[in-house]
Design a protein around this ligand. Structure first.
Ligand code: FES
Ligand code: MG
Length: 580
């Protein structure tokens, strides 16, 4: 695209090029760091927002990658500055990184708003860091390029008496845990497994939330084509990071901002990709939140409609049986998008300065077992279903491709837990009154209730049933589930129990009917009885009396609205602060 901006138009000039005392101090303080005044006066200033930390294993390499981004920025004539941001290592953060997604989004928005920045490269990838940094960048409104951390390498695991297996993060942890609980894996074997599955820095290598979200951001047009699937430890990843640095400078001159790219068609493309990948249910929350930031009206019903049209083609865990490294060798996201071309809005502009269609021209699948042809999908039923009914008036989601087909139409007796502590304690009790037809319910685990809507929605199968060989049951909650996990779990029930959603009225022994083909979830209790229960219902006391958690509980929206803060939704940007 032709340049639309000149040096004199740059935002950073408002800090550095004025003749007042503040501008003197701005330049003086750059010189304090050994920079020359022309370094900041004559070049676009590029922020590299880095979510690296020593407690974020998926991002362990991002400090080094920031240097590659800087190299690219310098070669293209920009001036790079690295800005550390909250790292949110998914597995380390308690109670859940989801509590802090909006915190990181606010941090990114305010960093970009308050500092002399002309364009930004976002270095992120572990689950919430992608939607968070992108949400913040959308609201800040500056030219933005997303550089995905990249998936970790696959591992191989040899178990006595079994053929060698390729194993990856998340999905296999859950599988091995269930086998361990069932007594099929010994204690020493379990300890040995700790050194497996997560073999190298990088994000989870299944089609969990991390890969789903980075793919979605690539489909939105905010990342370089094919960047999503490059393994973190591949030299190609370093080269891609350099290209990001080089390209962001062009984006600044071309003045191509998220608002120019994030159209309704771009969000539709993102949803098509989510479904073709068999992506994480978490995307149903994050995609809606990102769309709302961009002023695009995307709903759960839109996602359900797209899921009905687009089959799952990516044969990746947990819907399939391969890992992100295989996906990269098969041609990655451009090759997958080529397969679902007919569903895409190919004319959408992207960060390359070319359209999505131009980006994927000539990119074809190199491995039809990993990226399946349309006539041989991994699942023809779609990746996601949105169910509604008197138990979830505003909707609930289910990952159909990772559920058991025989449980998609199911009626059973409810077994209700009000907290994960209660659930965990009872699930190990051999006397627990349940069988494989029981419908397990966990509530008060939503955005306000938990708070932070943790990934408790993959409720554990009771130990006595595991021992009998049961590996799946219908489970219902207002929580989320890890994108790497599988099972017949109805998630994100909205409104949640803590704000008086009907989930709060269920009692152990009630009957619940799930009918996924009919998109229905019903509590089979008469309305009069439910009205009586509602009259007697007391909201739980707020969990937090101070700090960020209190702010979160007061302002978080429900799952079907994206769980953003009410005061952050809607298109930005926030006005640039005045300087005197
Ligand atoms: Fe970081 Fe899965 S734990 S991507
Ligand atoms: Mg995850």
């Amino acid at each position: 695209m032709p340049p639309r901006k000149t040096l004199a138009d740059l935002r950073s000039r408002r800090w550095f090029a004025a003749t007042d005392m503040r501008a003197f101090a701005h330049r003086q303080r750059m010189q304090q760091m050994g920079l020359r005044r022309e370094d900041v006066l004559d070049h676009p200033i590029i922020a590299i927002v880095n979510t690296w930390s020593d407690l974020s294993p998926c991002h362990a390499h991002l400090r080094e990658r920031a240097e590659s981004v800087k190299r690219g920025v310098l070669m293209a004539g920009g001036m790079p500055f690295e800005l550390p941001a909250m790292s949110l290592g998914e597995v380390m953060v308690k109670p859940t990184t989801m509590l802090y997604r909006n915190f990181l989004a606010m941090e990114v928005e305010e960093l970009l708003r308050s500092l002399p920045i002309d364009g930004v490269v976002l270095l992120a990838g572990c689950d919430k860091t992608t939607p968070a940094t992108v949400m913040g960048a959308i609201s800040a409104g500056l030219p933005t390029l997303f550089c995905a951390a990249g998936p970790m390498l696959s591992d191989r695991y040899l178990q006595p008496g079994q053929p060698p297996r390729t194993v990856g993060a998340g999905t296999h942890t859950r599988m091995f845990w269930d086998e361990y609980q069932a007594g099929h894996i010994s204690e020493p074997e379990w300890v040995k497994l700790e050194a497996h599955m997560t073999r190298a820095p990088g994000t989870c290598n299944t089609m969990g939330t991390a890969s789903t979200m980075t793919a979605i951001v690539e489909a939105l047009g905010l990342a370089l084509p094919g960047s999503t699937a490059i393994p973190a430890m591949d030299a190609g990843h370093t080269r891609m990071a350099t290209s990001c640095g080089e390209r962001i400078v062009g984006l600044v001159w071309e003045d191509l901002k998220p608002a120019d790219l994030l159209t309704p068609g771009a969000f539709r493309n993102a949803a098509v990709v989510q479904m073709a990948l068999g992506g994480s249910t978490n995307a149903a929350v994050h995609l809606l939140a990102m769309a709302r930031r961009a002023g695009v009206a995307l709903t759960l019903d839109d996602l359900d409609a797209i899921a009905r049209q687009v089959p799952v083609l990516a044969n990746l865990f947990p819907s399939g049986d391969r890992l992100m490294e295989d996906f990269h060798y098969a041609g990655g996201l451009p090759a997958l998008m080529d397969r679902v071309r007919a569903h895409l809005s190919l004319g959408e502009m992207t960060v390359t300065g070319r359209t999505l269609g131009e980006n994927i021209d000539g990119r074809h699948s190199l491995d039809d077992e990993t990226i399946r042809p349309l006539d041989r999908p991994v699942s023809a039923d779609g990746a996601l279903a949105v169910v509604r009914g008197n138990l979830a008036p505003d909707g609930a989601v289910m990952k159909v491709s990772a559920a058991s087909p025989q449980l998609l139409c199911h009626e059973g007796r409810a077994l209700v837990f009000d907290s994960p502590a209660e659930m965990v304690a009872q699930c190990n009790d051999p006397a627990l009154d349940c069988d494989e037809t029981t419908v397990m319910v966990l509530r008060y685990a939503g955005p306000v209730g938990a708070p932070g809507m943790p990934e408790w929605g993959g409720l554990p199968i009771p130990k006595k049933l595991l021992a009998r060989g049961v590996r799946d049951m219908v489970r219902i909650s207002d929580a989320r589930m890890s994108g790497t996990h599988y099972g017949s779990c109805v998630l994100h029930v909205s409104p949640e129990a803590a704000v008086g959603g009907p989930l709060a009225l269920v009692r152990t022994g009630d009957r619940i009917r799930l009918d996924v083909p009919a998109r229905s979830l019903q509590l089979l209790v008469p309305d009069e009885e439910l009205a009586q229960r509602r009259a007697a219902w007391q909201p739980p006391p707020p969990a937090a009396t101070r700090g960020y958690t209190r702010l979160y509980q007061q302002h978080v929206t429900q799952a079907h609205e994206g769980c953003d803060f009410d005061f952050l939704q809607g298109p930005g940007p926030n006005p640039e602060p005045a300087i005197f």
